[in-house]
Design a protein around this ligand. Structure first.
Ligand code: IDP
Ligand code: MG
Length: 151
């Protein structure tokens, strides 16, 4: 099982798209093991987007992600990172394939609705930044045996 951090960004919240996006992950068979609705401050945004600190869009990215509340959650599934990134679509809405979250709901480069961890090490680091160990909930889903990747 693999875990990934997903964030529904302020545009997803303000555009009332949270439910529709979460539904896609539920329908795909992901298990939600933690969730948090929070308006992050600049310091947290800087930590989350530290890898982008030298990019030209860094300042405006910090403004965007702190502009309103976000919904952060942890998904668990086999191959969770690759599968969720595929479902999100490529970074810019106008380039993302139709059928993906970014491809279906917008054309903006920055306001692209969703963040998802991009590699196992990133996922570990991001989950640790956003959640305390005790906030990750351990439970069983009854349909688990129907959702195995190798079957
Ligand atoms: P990702 O979210 O698909 O992993 P990254 O390259 O990690 O894409 O960029 C992080 C976020 O920064 C993007 O999701 C987007 O909101 C924003 N961003 C990336 N590139 C640009 C850009 O060229 N202009 C404006 N915003 C950008
Ligand atoms: Mg990224």
């Amino acid at each position: 099982m693999e875990r990934t951090l997903i964030i529904l960004k302020p545009d997803a919240v303000q555009r009332r798209l949270m439910g529709r996006i979460i539904t896609r992950f539920e329908e795909k068979g992901f298990k939600i093991i933690a969730a948090k609705f929070v308006h992050i401050d600049r310091a947290m945004a800087q930590k989350h987007y530290a890898v982008h600190k030298n990019e030209t869009f860094y300042e405006s990215l910090l403004e965007f992600i702190t502009r309103g509340p976000v919904l952060a959650f942890v998904l668990e599934a086999e191959n969770a990172i690759e599968v969720s990134r595929k479902m999100m679509g490529s970074t810019f809405g106008h380039e993302a394939e139709p059928g993906t979250i970014r491809g279906d709901f917008g054309i903006s480069r920055q306001y692209n609705l969703i963040h998802g961890s991009d590699a196992p090490e990133t996922a570990l680091k991001e989950i640790k930044l956003w959640f305390k160990p005790e906030e990750l909930v351990d439970y069983e889903m009854p349909d688990r045996s129907w959702l195995e990747m190798g079957k």
